[in-house]
Design a binder for this molecule. Sequence first.
Ligand SMILES: Cc1cc2nc3c(=O)[nH]c(=O)nc-3n(C[C@H](O)[C@H](O)[C@H](O)COP(=O)(O)OP(=O)(O)OC[C@H]3O[C@@H](n4cnc5c(N)ncnc54)[C@H](O)[C@@H]3O)c2cc1C
Length: 628
Amino acid sequence: MAQFETVEVTTDLLIIGGGMAACGAAVEAAHWAKKHNLKVTVVDKAAMDRSGAVAMGLSALNQYVGMDAKGRSPLDYVKYVRNDLMGIARDDLVYDIGRHVDGSVHLFEKWGLPIWKDDEGKYVFEGPWQLMINGESYKVIVSEAAKNAMATLGANGELYERIFIVEPLMDGDRVAGAVGFSVRENKFYVFKAKAVIVGMGGAVHVFKPRSTGEGFGRSWYPPFNTGSSAYFTLKSGCEMTCQEVRFIPVRFKDAYGPVGAWFLLFKSRATTALGGEYMVERRPELENWKPYGLVKPIPANLRNYLMMLDTQEGKGPAYMRTEEALGKIIDAEPDEKAKKKKMKEIESEAWEDFLDMTISQAILWAATNTSPEEKASEIQACEPYFIGSHSGASGAWLSGPEDLAPPEYFWGYNGMATVKGIFCAGDASGASSHKFSDGSHAEGRIRAKAAIAYIVDNPDQPKVDAGQVDQLRKTILQPMETFEEFSGLTDNADVNENYIRPQQFMYRLQKIMDEYAGGASTQFATNKPYLDRGLELLAFLKEDSEKLAAEDLHELMRCWENVHRMWQAESHVRTVMAREETRWPGYYFRADHPKMDDANWKVFVNCKWDPKTGNWEIMKRDVIPMEG
Ligand SMILES: Cc1cc2nc3c(=O)[nH]c(=O)nc-3n(C[C@H](O)[C@H](O)[C@H](O)COP(=O)(O)OP(=O)(O)OC[C@H]3O[C@@H](n4cnc5c(N)ncnc54)[C@H](O)[C@@H]3O)c2cc1C
């Protein structure tokens, strides 16, 4: 096998990931690190300008509390999030992000992000909490600011791109850094750090996607994030929360185009082909999910569920009634000239909404001769994703802010996981969803401040055992050795009894999750026997992960991406199994416990993998709401 150089980097704060949370962390870390003469190192598996879920751009900032603009309080936002999560949320964490998010939005504007304004110069809201933006360069702008901030540290600010982080480094019960490899050069990286901020996003392609064959690779969640945050925190022994709370968005079918602008800005209706308007006709069903079902806005999972009830009865396809919505807007104009002008304006807004963030949807419309003003478009529930920053809630269980957290939620540093020195933000932190892109940025800023405070209080560099590093290097590069050793034994490198290639491994994982853990093909339903069988099959998959083979560096990354997905999968299955109720129909349905059970299950279900014993533990934690 080709020789790999080992590159060692010693730093104070290591920020892993280059997405929204990491960019926020970098900006804030630079400020505090300068004061204390500390070094900050950022590592991204991709190029930060276009990495993570915002790579393609976005058309809205989904969290704006509007403390000045609307006179609202972060507590108003807490109430919205708590209800959307069917009562299960960490109010202290949500409040903390809420009181800082407007600041991130104002920074974005200062850095050059065009936010829509009305004639009076006020922000244009898409919905109650969302601001419209021209966001095709959103990530480039945010990343430029992060790089500029890091540059002010001189030699004490380092950015490494195209390094895939695989494993945590530990010094007993304290994090000591991370190891990974370059996806472009034969280099193995050892980052030694006093504290680590985990910002490697959520996970996609854990479940079989609806887009297979010709469409494979299309998904709502961009394919870059593969469960690395969950893996890193699980493997270091962190307690995790809400691993059962996956997210299933309803989106334009096949190209996964966003629906927010249609529902909120254009006020479009959704109907099924035979069943009329499910949000109206199925309304009595919401009684079964009270109090959450009766509050506005209706939780995202319940909106999904009402649509699913119709499609499961064979009343599909479901449609976004674009033609009707645009027609209504045009009809409101007083004369023909104004109608024409309005039509041009909203037509371009409709297309731009896709071009800003899901270009493939615009291409699909063009390819299928779809004019939204003439014809409705199909919508559908996607496959499940793990995105704790959006409408899911999976992630690490964190200490809250000192001034807000009850004692049960506080252990010293704001945003620190249950392992010393690990801080988590964005999709990596749990039970604090609906922070979206700008809230993730704000959370990154909060974490960086706390992580630097932790480093100041704990200035000694954790010990890194050379034997631990050697063993990790061997394990991480093993798939390349395996391929080299055995690939010549057959004339088709895909068919070989000595190894499994990463794509085959991923298909197996996706099939297990789809069929046993409530994927799209089982209408998102599962039960204990299915989950038991799923765990059994996951155990075989785990055994076979030692036989993964990689032809090159790119495949080596694919191998480890899939191992990370597999751990995300296992924690999900275990937690879905532990929670013996159905709380989020529309995200998943426990057919053996089809009702919500507030008396027994209005709690967090947390899980933890013990690095010493290799055993999993499941624990209940109280939900402690703030006032209001
Ligand atoms: C389709 C879609 C539409 C959305 N629409 C909106 C919207 O309209 N408005 C809004 O405000 N929010 C929106 N969001 C939410 C927003 O994108 C996320 O909340 C936000 O990006 C989360 O930030 P993050 O830093 O946790 O993850 P990301 O921004 O995804 O960043 C993750 C980072 O980790 C890196 N990484 C991953 N694995 C590794 C590894 N092993 N080693 C090193 N680096 C790694 C990635 O390269 C990336 O830099 C949307 C999300 C999706 C998926």
